[in-house]
Design a protein around this ligand. Sequence first.
Ligand code: CA
Length: 308
Amino acid sequence: MENNSTMAQPVVIHGQLHVEGIQLKDKNNDAVVLRGMSFGWHNWWPRFYNADVVKWLREDWDCSVVRAAMGVEPEGAYLDKPEWSVEKIKAVINGALREGIYVIIDWHCHNIRLEEAKKFFTEMAKAYGKYPNVIYEIFNEPEHQTWQEVKACSLELIKTIRAVDANNVILVGCPHWDQDIDLVADDPITGFSNIMYTMHFYAATHRQPLRDKCDYALGKKIPIFISESAGMEATGDGPVDDAEWNRWITWAEANKISWLTWSVADKDETCSVVFSSANSNGHWEEKDLKESGKKVKQLLRKYSGSNK
Ligand code: CA
């Protein structure tokens, strides 16, 4: 059963978010766990970057957050087509504003592109920093950079965003595709509020050793946000490990950590949640959903307390 009343909208309920210790909290100072879907790279799956898909993810999948993953470096992505790219990202952001859900503006890049990122986030903060819906993710999955390099770049971007937007949450990446959160724990960013660190898991590859690293970081008061995750191997392909995926979500929920699943796309790989039959405007039927899509839809409904 769908409840589309304004009062049920997550942003109406929770409002402006902030971080206290390791916990994401809402306007009433209550702990909040956001759950949702990441869109795939906008440059490859632009057909899903529209307000109708956001609406579908909110109404049918019970997402309280979506992530607009703006590809930066590939051909046809932001560096190549900035205006078109921003238009695609804005379609998802505006959809989230309309649906009253949170939205992560994700700089989907594996390398440091500091000047370009500063320009982009200044534009985003000016346009959207006044909305409680918005979360900034300044560096998706650093690949080969050290934490010192990622930290220096992140500090510059945090200063850039904070010059425009004093309070919305900023997500910081960590080395080795967002897995070396233990390095962050030993040398965190200080002097800024409402900062969290991203950790990404792919359950068939990343298991208890990564959860152990996260527990170490939590013990050192590092706030964790899972901006991307899924149930198969780190390549995004191969079989879904259902039991291990469940272990991860149980762990995240027990720790009140927000999580998103990768991704809204129709590539021929396990992690893309829909088949190419899926409509570009949502209204997906069961036959349009891959195994990972069916599974995550169930998880989102279950943990959001949906009565669907
Ligand atoms: Ca703000």
